[in-house]
Design a protein around this ligand. Sequence first.
Ligand SMILES: *Cc1c(COP(=O)(O)O)cnc(C)c1O
Length: 376
Amino acid sequence: MVDTKTQYLKIKPGVDAAVLEVMESSMFIGGKVVAGFADNLAKYHGSKHCIPCANGTDALQIAMMALGLQPGDEVITPSFTYIATVEVAALLHIKPVFVEVDPKTFCIDPAAIEKAITPKTKAIIPVHLYGQAADMEKIMAIALKHNLFVIEDNAQAIGCDFTFSNGTVKKTGTIGHIGCTSFYPSKNLGAFGDGGAMFTDDDELANQLRMIASHGQSKRYYHDVVGCNSRLDAMQAAILDIKLKHLDEYIAARRKAADHYDKAFGGNKIITIPFREGNNKHVFHQYTLVLNTDKDPSGYRNGLNQFLADKGVPSMIYYPVPAHKQKMFDAFGGSNYELPVTDWLTERVISLPIHTELDEEQLEYIVKNVLEYVNR
Ligand SMILES: *Cc1c(COP(=O)(O)O)cnc(C)c1O
């Protein structure tokens, strides 16, 4: 699904030197390498503050803590997402309220958000799934109207530009009150291990985020609030700082691979290619097809997954079980939800390899095998 090895080999001298430098400095935690990367990443995003942390899951948790969300509060989030988004809410005894996604963009449906708002609702957590932005203009308007916070889960869409109807362009992850991202190795900006970051333009919130990520410390050994220990280490920061310089080029390579697939699959009766919303630039963390068949859809889809595996082509189902149907959420009334669009997608989606190192030959081989299955 990814080829981080080939990607590394292309930037090996720089990365190796940067890692060696960290080793020789013995500044493994904090220090100027981490601060320098955070600055560069904030600049890239056009965000006032970037606070690095240990991973994307922590980023979401720390964001909820910094906003002062309390046990019993509700957050509105899609069920069609990676579990981390909602797991941390549950961990803090905050109730995730699952809503439907748009069947075309796979992102949270703004109309569904409004219907799910109760007096206990405190925040909306849109997920920019697969690398495409949720409708942030509508979401921010709803949040403003109902006085809610917005935490963007931007783990899959780092570098995605969202254009508002007045022409303003912002990076996803900088539109809501707090944006969260992940540097998990397979993400679009991937570390050689774990990492994450939070973004905000609000000085006070930035302060809170920084404190909570560091044991609630306001200054060394003075702990003002209950926090946690969530740090990006200097080696990851050094590697990420180099990869950040290539991020736009990496995104362009992903989009080029997506264009190739689109051309090959467009017009096929069984395959729906990823929809590209006009107001944002899809960064293709995943290239996800919907297979249009109503007779045993998941059996048909799983059949393609196996067929491709037999030909040496990886493919993945993101995600085979939506959050509301996970056992974990039985206690939150997960089984009471009726989310037909989410269920419909869960049975029909399949993601093909997409990364920065795919060449024409590989793409052609993947395309040929997908078409062989769906056209037979
Ligand atoms: C990867 C991911 C996360 C979690 O990031 P980690 O760094 O693995 O903790 C959260 N949300 C989404 C949508 C993700 O894809």
